[in-house]
Design a protein around this ligand. Structure first.
Ligand code: SF4
Length: 141
């Protein structure tokens, strides 16, 4: 699956849930997206839910902003020096981010970063429209 396919599929799943929650307040919506509730009530939102597994080992994990508004991807990639192609990166260069590097590719690795999963961040950057919140993420043509 390409980044773009994932982005479109995930955004559409998010939109469906938001349609159900259209009468809920911002705080109620954010509470609904807590990992424990999502596993129970939205089993198709994330493939990890079926195993009750978290992407990050964090007690307060919230799934509202999965993936992350700071993520940038380009399925065509950008050629870098040393023959590698950069397919994704972090726009704020989070100190907890890292990179997967292979012989000819570089991908952003967010495994150690909790920025978009904290309620404080979600409240500050809240947008009911996931595609609008993520509008800068997709750099593919
Ligand atoms: S490293 Fe953190 S802030 Fe940067 S794109 Fe990944 S999750 Fe977002």
């Amino acid at each position: 699956m390409t980044y773009k396919q994932w982005y479109l599929e995930h955004g559409n799943k998010h939109a469906k849930i938001m349609e159900k929650l259209k009468d809920k307040t911002k705080d109620e919506v954010i509470a609904y997206f807590k990992f424990e509730n999502m596993v129970k009530n939205e089993p198709d939102f994330c493939p990890l839910y079926k195993d009750n597994k978290k992407c990050h080992d964090y007690d307060e994990l919230n799934c509202y902003f999965c993936a992350c508004p700071n993520f940038r991807f380009d399925d065509d990639g950008v050629k870098k020096q040393e023959g590698k192609t950069l397919y994704s990166y972090c726009s704020i260069d989070s100190k907890d981010g890292a990179q997967f590097e292979g012989e000819d590719y570089i991908h952003q690795n967010c495994a150690g970063c909790l920025v978009p999963h904290k309620e404080r961040y979600i409240k500050k950057n809240f947008n009911r429209n996931w595609f609008e919140a993520m509008k800068n993420v997709n750099l593919s043509k």
